[in-house]
Design a protein around this ligand. Structure first.
Ligand code: BES
Ligand code: MN
Ligand code: ZN
Length: 491
C-alpha cells in the first residue's frame, strides 16, 4: 500500500474507488458541493430520500456514476462535525477500507475530510486504512483481503508539512501492521528465537543497533526471574535490545515490552477458554518493535532504547513451582505464588536492565492482567506510574494519536498487597481486588527512582470480535503512542 497526495477537483480524480466523507446533518460545502453538482445533485438527492444520513461509519457504495472520472464512489458517514476527532476519522475510514479491501482493487482515492488540521486528519485516515485493510487470516490459502496498491489523499493543496505527514503515517501504518502480524502469528511459528530474528531483520534494514541476549548471557546478567519463567519451556528465552542514537548528549527513553509468545499459565495452568488467545501475550514487545522501526525510519532526533523480554510460559518437569523464591537481577527476592503471574517476573529483570543501561525515562507495555479488563473494559489501557509529570506526558501522547489509556492510582497502601512472608515480595496481589494495580506495584520495585509509566494493554491488544472497522485479532495498539512520545520526548 503506497500513500500519495493529489490536489485536483474530486470529479476529475481517476480511481477504482473514490471515497467521500459526509457529515451528519450538514449540506456539503466547498469541494464536495462542487462535486455534487458534477454528479447532477446525486448526493443531495440521496440525502433528501433519506438513503444517506452521514451517520458515523455509514457506507453507501455507488457503482455507477455519471459526470465523474472515478469508476465507483463510496460515501462514508463521518458523524457530526462538532464531535470530529482522530478516532472518529480513523473509524470511518477503517470501515470504508474494510469494505473495499474485501475485493482486489488498485487505486483508491480519499477526499480528505475538512476537520482537525489537515496533517492530523491525514494521519487519522491513513491509520484507518491500515486498520481496515489488515487481516488476521495470515495462514489462509486464499486471500480474503487485499489492500489497494495506492491510496491517494485528495487535498486542497500539497505542502511540505502534508508530505511529512504522509511519510509518518506510512511508516507508522507499516509498523502497526508489523505488530498486528506478530500478534496474529501462531505460537508454533512465533517463539522467542523467531521473534528475535524478526528484530534482527528490522535492525539491519533500519540501522538500529541490536543486541540479542541468549541463555548464557541472561544468566551472566543475573536475569533469574526471566529465566525461571522460561525454564518450563523447550524454547529458550531471548532478550532483545534495540538502540536508536540520534539525540546526542540528550536523555534516553526506554521502551520495554512483555513478550510472552505463549502463556499457558505454567503449572498454574489456564483453562482452555483462558488460554485460547494467549498467543497475544507478546503484544507489548510487538508494539516496542513496531515503534522502534518507525523511530529509526523517521530518524527522530532522540535517544531511544527498545527492550523486549521474550519467553514462553509452559508447564513441565523443569517449570518453576509455587513457593519457589527467585533472586531477581536487582537483588530482590520474589516468592512465586502463581506461575501465571509471569509477565511481571520477566519485566522485573527487563526493567532493571533498562535502568542499568542508563535510561532516563521508562515506559513498559504489557498484556499484564485480566483485572485491567475488569477495571477498564476491552478498549482502554491502564496507565500506572511512579511520576505524575511523566504519566501525564504518556497520557498526552496517547490522546494526540487517538489511543485510549486511563490512569489508575498507585497509593503507597497498595504496596501491602505484594508483601511476602518468606521473601521481599510475592508475585500476586493475594486477592481479586485491584489486580492491575498490585501488578504495577510489583513492577515499581524494579525501576528505582527512574520516572516510569506502565501501560497494561491486556484489553486493547487483542480484538475478541470483529466489528465494522476491523477484523478480530491483533490490533497493533500503542505503536502510534510510542512514536508520538519519542517525537515529543525532551520537548
Ligand atoms: N497474560 C495474562 C493476562 C491477560 C489476561 C492478558 C487476559 C490478556 C487477556 C497474564 O500473564 C496473567 O495470566 N495474569 C493473571 C495474573 C494473576 C495470576 C495474578 C491474571 O490476570 O489472571
Ligand atoms: Mn499469565
Ligand atoms: Zn501473561
Amino acid at each position: 500500500m503506497r500513500l500519495t497526495l493529489q490536489s485536483s477537483p474530486l470529479a476529475q480524480v481517476a480511481a477504482d474507488w473514490l471515497i467521500v466523507g459526509l457529515w451528519e446533518k450538514e449540506t456539503p460545502r466547498s469541494s464536495v458541493a462542487e462535486f455534487d453538482a458534477k454528479l447532477g445533485g446525486l448526493l443531495t438527492k440521496l440525502r433528501e430520500q433519506g438513503d444517506v444520513t452521514g451517520k458515523a461509519k455509514e457506507l453507501t457504495p455507488v457503482y455507477q456514476c455519471e459526470g465523474i472520472v472515478a469508476r465507483r464512489l463510496l460515501l462514508v458517514g463521518l458523524g457530526s462535525r462538532d464531535k470530529a476527532d482522530f478516532t472518529g476519522l480513523l473509524s470511518a475510514t477503517a470501515a470504508a477500507a474494510k469494505m473495499l479491501s474485501a475485493k482486489p482493487c488498485q487505486r483508491v482515492a480519499l477526499s480528505l475530510p475538512d476537520a482537525l488540521n489537515a496533517e492530523t486528519a491525514l494521519r487519522a485516515c491513513a491509520h484507518g486504512f491500515y486498520q481496515g485493510c489488515s487481516t488476521a487470516g495470515i495462514r489462509k490459502n486464499a486471500n480474503e483481503r487485499t489492500p489497494p496498491e495506492e491510496v491517494a489523499f485528495i487535498v486542497p493543496a500539497i505542502d511540505p508539512s502534508l508530505q511529512d505527514s504522509v511519510r509518518r503515517a506510512e511508516s507508522e501504518g507499516r509498523s502497526a501492521n508489523l505488530a498486528r502480524e506478530l500478534v496474529n502469528t501462531p505460537p508454533c511459528d512465533l517463539y522467542p528465537e523467531s521473534f528475535a530474528e524478526r528484530a534482527r531483520e528490522i535492525a539491519s534494514k533500519t540501522g538500529l543497533e541490536l543486541q540479542i541476549l541468549d541463555e548464557p548471557q541472561l544468566l551472566a546478567e543475573r536475569m533469574n526471574a526471566l529465566l525461571a519463567v522460561a525454564r518450563g519451556s523447550d524454547r529458550p528465552p531471548r532478550l532483545v535490545v534495540l538502540r536508536h542514537r540520534r539525540g546526542g548528549a540528550g536523555p534516553t527513553l526506554a521502551l520495554v515490552g512483555k513478550g510472552v509468545t505463549f502463556d499457558s499459565g505454567g503449572l498454574s495452568l489456564k483453562t482452555t477458554e483462558q488460554m485460547v488467545d494467549m498467543k497475544c501475550d507478546m503484544a507489548g514487545a510487538a508494539a516496542v518493535l513496531g515503534a522502534m522501526q518507525t523511530i529509526a525510519e523517521l530518524q527522530l532526533p532522540v535517544n531511544v532504547l527498545g527492550v523486549m523480554a521474550l519467553v514462553e510460559n509452559m508447564p513441565s518437569g523443569k517449570a518453576m513451582k509455587l513457593g519457589d523464591v527467585l533472586n531477581a537481577r536487582n537483588g530482590k527476592t520474589i516468592e512465586v505464588l502463581n506461575t501465571d503471574a509471569e509477565g511481571r517476573l520477566i519485566l522485573a529483570d527487563a526493567l532493571s536492565y533498562a535502568v542499568d543501561l542508563k535510561a532516563d525515562h521508562l515506559v513498559d507495555l504489557a498484556t499484564l492482567t485480566g483485572a485491567c479488563l475488569v477495571a477498564l473494559g476491552l478498549d482502554v489501557a491502564g496507565l500506572m506510574s511512579n511520576d505524575d509529570a511523566w504519566c501525564q506526558k504518556v497520557l498526552t501522547a496517547s490522546q494526540a494519536v487517538g489511543e485510549r489509556a486511563w490512569p489508575l492510582p498507585m497509593f503507597p497502601q497498595y504496596r501491602e498487597m505484594i508483601k511476602s512472608d518468606v521473601a521481599d515480595i510475592r508475585n500476586t496481589g493475594g486477592s481479586r481486588y485491584a489486580g492491575a494495580i498490585s501488578a504495577a506495584k510489583f513492577l515499581e520495585e524494579f525501576v528505582g527512582t527512574t520516572p516510569w509509566a506502565h501501560l497494561d494493554i491486556a484489553g486493547p491488544a487483542w480484538a475478541e470480535h470483529e466489528n465494522a472497522t476491523r477484523e478480530a485479532g491483533g490490533t497493533g495498539c500503542f505503536v502510534r503512542t510510542l512514536v508520538e512520545l519519542a517525537r515529543t520526548y525532551g520537548q
